[in-house]
Design a protein around this ligand. Structure first.
Ligand code: AHR
Length: 762
């Protein structure tokens, strides 16, 4: 009989802050998203550095007769240099279209309008309702008022009409719903913020992602990378700058607001700072100038935790937050690759450790679950004694199925794991339940302390990256099945993981029938032109070689197909010389069809990588990563496949060496915990099979017979939640009772095919 026994007195692991959130302003997650400002380009600072097609007048339009220009002659302040100068006839107007699909207002709701202006005359402000203001100063002055909307629409504009002819200067034209999250000024969009709060995250990592480290190392450059000190203070005195995801960041949602939001949703703040190094350019701050950067990290800790006698603590108090934010984590770096970062990391580490020994310092381990950046990160973390290492990976569901026990053997005595970004490629129900199964492993792994899904938010009109946890437009949100899994695990985390024993649940189901890496071999150019010659494929078991004619890969002839290789053990050898282009080659092998293949990327990404990736249904997972830059010289390349082991050689030197694991499904995935604050015992069960699993769930030595069942299931593995149909996949809940037998309670569960279930016993 299938059985899950839970031993609630045998606690293994303190679950601490295990499940949290990762916020990055990607996909207009902040501006045009969580940050509730309705006006786009409110301070006329947009420019082509942010995005090629931007101008200072992006999102603005005007009536015919009015003359306007964006100037910087007499600015509001030095951080906010540009403003709009207009010469208006009576009843001329300007308007703002908001973010792409327009402005959303609701009948009966109030909206806070404000602007800074110079000039004299009346203006009429309209957006679903009307507000009249009298401008009466030749110097910059702030004007404010409330618009009450008398209709609802989601494709609106803000229109400002000049009732008197004259010349006016305008800046920081802003419109916020009065109803924001916790009704704060300069606040956050209520529906999105509440959807995050109801997850009960234990921590929030912010502000990125690549956003933290991409950009100029010059603090005052228009495309500066993220410098937290410049994001606090009066909103109109903050700079705006380029967001590396190809748009503008207003920084209206700055570090003070991030800390406040964390506090309001009960999440420990987990800020990430760049480590004086931009890995996208391989550029580091000169070592003799690093002190300023290290000080910035120390200032951040003081800003969060210091008292009124400290310089930065005082700044926080002046901003209106007397109590400390209780910062306990700090991340240095975000998936950096390159020694430049690892030379600078110790400077931060030593300074923070010395001054703030209580702070947990997080090192970083590249963008993949394997490879050179990964190994460098772990080596550095072990050498300096980092508390945690931030791992990132985005992979196919099949990768997750093949790696369910990834962290089982990690050494819990060394630095612990912060899985700071992960997702399986997709927002279907199937992706979500595979992630749920993987999370049972995170919960049990002794070395894993923190984990968060990524990315968190996406405005459907501005997609930089998919999948994402929560999708929205200007008035609706869609919580993905992945969101619901995260929420089920977060709200039912427990405080201590406890022992489980599984009986009669040991069947392993293979996902693919292929055992060998056999299939087509195709060599394809990747942003390059070059000659391929001395090409041969050898069946190592039969000792038989087939030779191929040399060929030039170019636009007209982008690939060469070497046909189907059925051998179990084989080599592909050839020479390559690039004549044009930036990258190198893609060598597909073991290709069952274009969707399902293995791939050797020689000079991949930005000509940085020598990778092996495996793809299922066109969803690639990197299984081996080395840094390599292809040059215009002759290379002798060799791929060697023996069973599921793959090796690559460049000029006789071994670069990649990896065993490709096949995906498989276990009968049930489980984890159990107790919540010492509520007294509940929590059992999480994921059934990835297509069959019902009748299973006895017993809590040993317990009389907690009340059971709350929360489950997520769907008839379709491809089901998704959309803005139009947000409730296709939602959890259901009911209460029941377990039977008492001897000293145990037993709940006779029927775990539906393809389902995630949380059982709460009390
Ligand atoms: O989450 C999206 C991006 O993926 C992050 O900015 C980066 O850290 C990772 O490469």
């Amino acid at each position: 009989m299938k059985k899950i026994e839970v031993f609630e007195k045998e606690a293994y692991k303190d679950l601490g802050d295990l499940y949290g959130l990762f916020f990055e302003d990607i996909n207009h997650a902040a501006d045009g998203g969580l940050y509730a400002e309705l006006i786009q380009n409110r301070s006329f600072e947009y420019c082509e550095i942010d995005r090629k097609e931007y101008t200072p007048l992006t999102a603005w339009s005007k009536s015919e007769g009015i003359e306007w220009e964006v100037i910087d002659t007499n600015p509001l302040n030095n951080e906010n240099k540009h403003y709009l100068h207009v010469k208006a006839n009576a009843n001329d107007s300007i308007s703002n279209e908001g973010y792409k699909s327009g402005i959303f207002v609701e009948e009966g709701k109030k909206y806070d309008f404000s602007l800074f202006a110079k000039g004299n005359g009346k203006i009429k402000v309209e957006c679903g309702g009307v507000l009249e203001l009298k401008l009466d100063s030749n110097e910059w002055k702030k004007y404010e008022g409330i618009i009450t909307a008398n209709k609802t629409f989601n494709d609106g504009k803000l229109v400002i009409t000049f009732e008197n002819a004259g010349q006016y200067d305008l800046d920081m034209i802003s419109l916020f719903p009065e109803e924001t999250f916790n009704n704060k000024k300069n606040g956050l969009r209520k529906d999105i913020a509440e959807a995050l709060k109801e997850m009960h995250p234990k921590f929030m990592r912010f502000p990125g992602g690549c956003l933290t480290h991409d950009g100029s190392l010059d603090k005052y450059a228009r495309n500066s990378l993220y410098r937290w000190e410049r994001t606090i203070g009066k909103v109109e005195e903050r700079p705006t700058w380029r967001n590396n995801w190809g748009y503008n960041q207003t920084l209206g949602l700055g570090y003070f607001e991030y800390f406040c939001f964390c506090e309001e949703i009960g999440a420990a703040p987990l800020p990430v700072l760049a480590g004086g190094f931009n890995p996208h350019k391989g550029e580091g701050v000169p070592m003799e100038k690093m002190q300023e950067w290290v000080d910035e990290a120390l200032h951040l800790i003081e800003f969060a935790n210091g008292d009124e006698n400290s310089e930065w603590g005082k700044k926080r108090i002046e901003l209106g937050h007397k109590e400390p934010f209780n910062l306990k984590y700090i991340g240095i770096g975000n998936e950096e690759i390159g020694q430049g970062f690892f030379e600078r990391y110790p400077l931060y580490h030593e300074a923070i450790r010395k001054k703030y020994p209580e702070i947990k310092i997080i090192n970083t381990a590249g963008p993949f679950a394997v490879g050179e950046g990964y190994e460098d990160g772990w080596r550095s973390a072990k050498k300096y004694g980092s508390d945690l290492v931030d791992e990132h990976y985005y992979s196919s569901p099949e990768w997750f199925l093949a790696n369910m026990h990834h962290y089982e053997d990690f050494d819990e005595k060394g630095p612990h794991v912060f899985l700071g970004e992960y997702a399986s490629w997709g927002n279907t129900f199937y992706n979500a339940i595979v992630e749920a199964a993987y999370m049972t492993g995170l919960e049990k792994a002794k070395a894993v302390d923190l984990a968060c899904y990524a990315p968190m938010l996406c405005n459907v009109n501005y997609v930089n990256w998919a999948p994402d946890m929560l999708w929205f437009d200007n008035h609706r949100i869609a919580k993905t099945p992945n969101y619901y899994v995260q929420k089920m695990f977060m709200t039912n985390q427990g405080t201590k993981e406890v022992k489980t024993k599984l009986t009669d649940l040991d069947e392993i189901i293979p996902v693919v029938d292929a055992k060998n890496i056999s299939g087509n071999i195709i060599i394809e150019r990747n942003d390059t032109e070059g000659k391929i010659y001395d090409i041969k494929v050898t069946d190592l078991s039969e000792n038989k070689t087939v030779n191929f004619d040399e060929t030039v890969l170019n636009e007209a002839n982008p690939r060469i197909d070497l046909g189907n290789v059925v051998a179990k053990n084989y080599t592909l050898e050839f020479k390559f010389k690039r004549s044009l282009g930036r990258k190198g080659l893609k060598i597909f092998f073991g290709q069952r069809n274009p969707e399902n293949t293995l791939l050797w990327e020689f000079g991949g990404w930005d000509n940085w990588d020598c990778n092996i990736a495996s793809s299922y249904n066109r969803r690639f997972s990197t299984i081996s990563h080395r840094i390599f830059h292809v040059e215009d010289i002759e290379y002798t390349l060799k791929l060697e496949v023996r069973g599921r082991n793959i090796k690559t050689f460049i000029n006789g030197i071994n670069w990649n060496d990896v065993t490709d694991r096949l995906p498989e499904i276990e009968e049930l995935y489980t984890a159990a915990s107790i919540d010492e604050t509520t007294g509940e015992t929590i059992v999480k069960v994921v059934n990835l099979t297509g069959e019902e699993k009748m299973t006895d769930v017993s809590i040993n030595n317990s009389n907690k017979a009340n059971v709350k069942v929360i489950s997520l299931k769907s008839d379709s593995l491809t089901a998704e939640n959309t803005l139009d149909k947000p409730d296709t996949v939602v959890p259901i809940e009911f209460s029941t009772t377990a039977s008492k037998e001897n000293d145990n309670v037993t709940y006779k569960a029927c775990f539906a095919p393809h389902s995630v279930t949380v059982l709460k016993f009390n």
